[in-house]
Design a protein around this ligand. Sequence first.
Ligand code: SF4
Length: 441
Amino acid sequence: MNTTPNTASPARVYLETYGCQMNVADSELVGGILRGAGYVHTDSPAEADVILVNTCAIREHAEDRVLRRLSELAHFKRARPATRIGLLGCMAQHNRASLLGRAPWLDLVAGPDSYRRLPELLDHARFDAAVDVRLDRGETYAGLNSDHAAGIRAYVTAMRGCDRFCTFCVVPYVRGRERSVPPASILAEVRELAARGVKEIVLLGQTVNAYREGEVEFGGLLRMVAAIEGIERIRFTSPHPCNMTDPVIDAMVSEPKVQPYLHLPLQSGSNSMLAAMQRGYTVEQYLALVDRVRASIPKLALSTDIIVGFYGETEADFEATLSLMRTVRYDSAFSFKYSVREHTRAHPLGDSVSEDEKARRLAAVIELQQAIALERNRESLGHEVAVLIEGPARRGGGMMAGKTPQFKTAIVPARPGVEPGDTVVARVEAVTAQSLICARV
Ligand code: SF4
């Protein structure tokens, strides 16, 4: 089948991305697949022959936003009727049955395991709506080239899917079961990125530290990536606490390129909530893990995910979460109100906490975390930090922004000859909850 656009000039693709870093990486993959089929990228939906929206199904509110955005984008199709509009990703998978009814202008609905077939699907969509939401336990997209965004940091998918089935989470249903990308494919991608000047690699997966391909587990993969010349920093997200094995911790300890930063999703500080969520660990086990990684990795920064208002969460459960936050003292936290998702194990239970109460609990978590983050950043005052420069600071004023090994944003004075990708040593002179303001040493 001819998969190239049949217009005189190459067809232009506009692609919008919602959701997590995995989705951003998938959009880069889609960009690479379509470029290979003769399409070119455009930043303008008004000029696009193909408009794609890569979506997230984690929270209902994200889905509503995407549907609103899709109806705005349909306006471009009214102006240029040959324009094809497609919905990709988790929401396509989640709402496959109802999407074409709710958004009749859609020409294409493709789930996260269908991207290899996108050129054919887009050809088909010239004549009739194309729907492909098959999940494929074998699809890792190994060997395909992604169109990575320019920059000194690149995100490389190491694993797809999830086997854990936490009761609140839709991921295993929309992204399918766990599968690991073969090491050779990951290493080839990282080598190419290093040759382009990328300094920092973030390995991605829903439970990235569950990585296993043949004899290679995640600690081994970290060591292989660390051996690639030109790569200076390695991070990974998101690990699952149950998969923080000794080999993974050992690799973090012994490979200087693996940065002292760990995102360790907690979700709740109450054992009854953790059991209801089927997270696979207790508060005591989680705290023991925190002690172990902190004892092994000096200067480790910890971040987490917290859900408030899960079904059955009492005031005492919620207080237990706040108490655990005070105990661990995270450097940062992503916190969310529980959102009931269709298809999940918790869906039949519905909601037991009102929206107002969820909002109150969320505000309390955010307020506490802000205070803790500020305290933790204050501990850096007067210390020297190695800042990998990313570009001009948003505040301007002759300042540049970069990240410390702990993934904290650091603002440093610009200096002639210092470019994005350089690492400079700076002293922390002032802090906010979000950033370190530094002087050059
Ligand atoms: S580990 Fe749990 S929360 Fe994370 S993606 Fe898998 S099912 Fe969802």
